[in-house]
Design a binder for this molecule. Structure first.
Ligand SMILES: [Zn+2]
Length: 261
């Protein structure tokens, strides 16, 4: 499988030069069997705009899985031109009432056109399902209004995506269990340990907690994500360097990165 990063910024997009390398777009990943074979899009943050050329051929079928419905994870739907033009066969899978959540956010007066008028199949995420040949399992994350983590297995390889998760509750056990032996764990690493006390309940983890989760799960690689919108490239580099000291196969999710799993 190939995992492409189109956006890994948390909370809101940022556009100034000091954020350029890790990227200013909010969360969006895509998963492929191999070159050119798009399997699924994970979260529809503003990074989704970068996938539009790939999904613009009439007749294209795409599945988007959403971890939750905060703005930074769905805002890219507003820029998904092939969807608005009706050229895309689209299925959106997410926790709970996905149709209600997405159409509640993307409709007048917050957006000119109601997404409910588009031809989209909305599916409440079951605990396990398939997207083509890829086996997908879901598990709850600790995040305000809830959230889902996803594990994708294909051909003996696996990646777990847990972009927004606050460590320190019973939900950690499910995350570690679902991530056991994964080739890659994509995990929230928004905060520094020195920041967490003032951010409790905001739904995000520190890089130390991300490292602990990857270590407990025995993950092959750790990709740290959901970068704080005020954290510059230099500051993310510093955070990554500290993580690598403890977990050598750690990296910061960066726009335009591609990982072969
Ligand atoms: Zn969120």
């Amino acid at each position: 499988m190939l995992l492409d990063i189109h956006g890994a910024r948390g909370s809101m997009p940022v556009g100034t030069a000091e954020f350029a390398r890790y990227g200013g777009d909010t969360t969006c990943y895509s998963l492929h069997h191999d070159e050119g074979d798009l399997v699924t899009i994970i979260d529809a943050g503003t990074g989704l705009r970068l996938l539009v050329p790939q999904i613009s051929k009439p007749g294209t079928t795409v599945t988007i899985v959403l971890t939750h419905y905060h703005w930074d994870h769905i805002q890219g739907l507003s820029m998904c031109a092939p969807m608005w033009q009706g050229d895309l066969s689209l299925r959106i899978i997410g926790p709970g009432d996905v149709a209600g959540a997405v159409s509640g956010a993307i409709s007048p007066p917050w957006f000119p056109v109601p997404i409910a008028d588009m031809k989209i199949e909305f599916v409440s995420a079951p605990e396990s399902f398939h997207i083509g040949e890829v086996e997908v399992t879901t598990f709850p994350l600790n995040h305000p209004q809830g959230g889902l983590g996803y594990r994708f297995n294909h051909d003996g390889r696996s990646v777990v995506v847990a972009t927004d998760h606050e460590a320190g509750t019973d939900a950690d056990q499910a995350l570690v269990r679902r991530s056991e032996g994964a080739d890659m764990l994509v995990h929230d690493a928004q905060y520094l340990p020195s920041e967490i006390e003032s951010k409790r309940g905001w739904g995000h983890s520190t890089w130390e907690q991300a490292v602990a989760m990857a270590s407990q799960a025995g993950a092959g690689q750790l990709l740290m994500a959901s970068h704080d919108p005020s954290r510059s490239d230099a500051a993310v580099d510093d955070l990554v360097a500290r993580s690598v000291d403890l977990f050598p196969q750690a990296a910061g999710a960066s726009c335009a990165d591609r990982f072969s799993l």
